[in-house]
Design a protein around this ligand. Structure first.
Ligand SMILES: Cc1cc2nc3c(=O)[nH]c(=O)nc-3n(C[C@H](O)[C@H](O)[C@H](O)COP(=O)(O)OP(=O)(O)OC[C@H]3O[C@@H](n4cnc5c(N)ncnc54)[C@H](O)[C@@H]3O)c2cc1C
Length: 387
């Protein structure tokens, strides 16, 4: 314990000295650093912060030092997270490489692949996107039709992905392709890494109702991908993809429903005590929400402690994803009720609640919809009989 206390002291001191003041406080859209080959840092503080964290391996604190990670134990990584939260330090990287691909490579990747990709992910050198969904394969992902035919030392990829977050800006894609079309659906899939600069790849953005271009569709027309970009066993990509989804769901759910201050504080700040007293129904809903949120935080804490003790979260990540995202929607709906017409500011500015509400609705779908999470919880956590 005293070791952990001294580690906390070391982390606190290091953060005080190394986390630039500009990289603390509530995060705005511009504060995200996605990294990648063409990344233009928004300011010097962003560059310095990433560089300092990556040098210590603290962008991926629990990965082995041999692959550029921090080599921290679960307990030490939890302390680092707590100390960063304490000073409201921004994550140095917003990276699917760190959240999703890295854990999958650590488990399924060949040694050569780990050495090739993991250190670059730690330093944010490649912007990775996730290529799972297709026009007719979302919830029913195993229906996907993008083909990859092995010809000599290369896969020849043809097909289309959709809803790829930032696919038109990313450098590389990790995703699922069908390599054995004659095998049963789950067995014919492989997990492939594709450089999006390869000839035959075309990525175009999809504009959303909010005006942002978060998604893209990506077309593959005879794209040649080296055989060594296959992760895991050919035809067993579903195992890799499912494992990766556990981390995706945990990450989305663990966002603590986007909460920075309690909803009751928010209501008091915007309505004042008098007005709030005159709205008993709203007051009750706000209080109920804060209680649900506190229960959810306890759940997140419990799972965090279990993870520290080496207990894998497994399918329970679907519970986190479900509750985290549903609470986030509820929170934003209540915030809009509190703000009234002032909350309908779709142009951003100070009150960007309406935009965040749209984002919250989308988070309920990305990484698998709420209905799918409930199905997973029913089958794999509660072990209810199937229909
Ligand atoms: C913010 C966001 C980010 C995303 N990022 C990515 C990304 O980077 N890469 C990527 O590959 N994809 C991404 N997606 C796509 C996402 O994974 C899919 O949208 C999602 O899996 C749902 O698939 P679908 O849109 O085809 O809907 P469908 O599967 O067609 O579902 C339509 C409706 O039917 C319901 N439904 C379907 N099957 C069942 C069932 N068995 N039981 C009960 N209800 C069911 C669903 O819950 C939903 O309400 C993203 C989506 C969002 C919103």
């Amino acid at each position: 314990m005293s070791d952990l206390n001294s580690f906390r002291g070391e982390v606190r001191g290091w953060l005080a000295e190394n986390c630039p003041p500009e990289k603390r406080g509530p995060m705005r859209e511009d504060d995200h650093c996605f990294g990648g080959r063409n990344w233009q840092f928004k300011n010097e503080a962003q560059r310095v912060w990433l560089d300092r964290m990556a040098r210590r391996g603290w962008t991926a604190p629990e990965w082995p030092t041999g692959y550029g990670g921090g080599g921290l134990t679960g307990a030490e990584a939890a302390i680092l997270r707590e100390e960063m939260t304490r000073i409201e330090a921004h994550p140095p990287l917003t990276s699917l490489g760190i959240w999703m691909l890295g854990p999958a490579l650590l488990r399924f990747g060949a040694e050569e692949q780990k050495r090739k990709y993991l250190p670059g992910i730690v330093r944010g050198e490649i912007w990775w996107a996730q290529g799972y969904s297709e026009p007719n394969a979302g919830s029913d992902l195993v229906s996907l039709q993008t083909r990859a035919e092995l010809v000599g030392d290369e896969f020849i990829v043809n097909g289309q992905k959709i809803w790829t977050s930032y696919g038109h800006k990313a450098d590389c894609l990790f995703g699922l392709v069908r390599t054995e079309p004659d095998r049963p659906r789950h067995e014919g899939l492989s997990f492939l890494l594709i450089d999006l600069r390869t000839p035959g790849v075309a990525a175009s953005p999809l504009r959303l109702i909010s005006g942002s271009e978060h998604f893209s569709q990506i077309f593959f027309d005879d794209v040649h991908v080296p055989k060594e970009n296959l992760v895991g066993t050919r035809g067993r990509g579903w195992d890799v993809a499912k494992y990766l989804l556990l981390f995706e769901r945990q990450m989305i759910g663990g966002m603590k429903a986007g909460e920075t201050i309690r909803l009751s504080e928010f209501a008091l700040k915007h309505l004042g005590q008098e007005a709030l007293r005159a709205e008993p129904l709203l007051r009750a809903r706000v209080a109920e929400f804060d209680l649900e949120m506190a229960a959810f935080e306890t759940l997140v804490e419990r799972y965090g402690e279990e993870a520290t003790a080496g207990v894998a979260l497994g399918a329970k990540s679907s519970m986190l994803k479900y509750f985290g995202t549903e609470l986030n929607v509820k929170r934003h709906e209540l915030m809009l009720s509190i703000l009234g017409t002032a909350g309908l500011n779709l142009d951003g500015g100070d009150a960007k609640t309406a935009l965040d509400w749209l984002g919250a609705l989308a988070n309920r779908i990305g990484g698998g919809t709420s209905e799918i999470q409930l199905n997973v919880v029913a089958k794999r956590v509660l072990e209810l009989p199937g229909s």
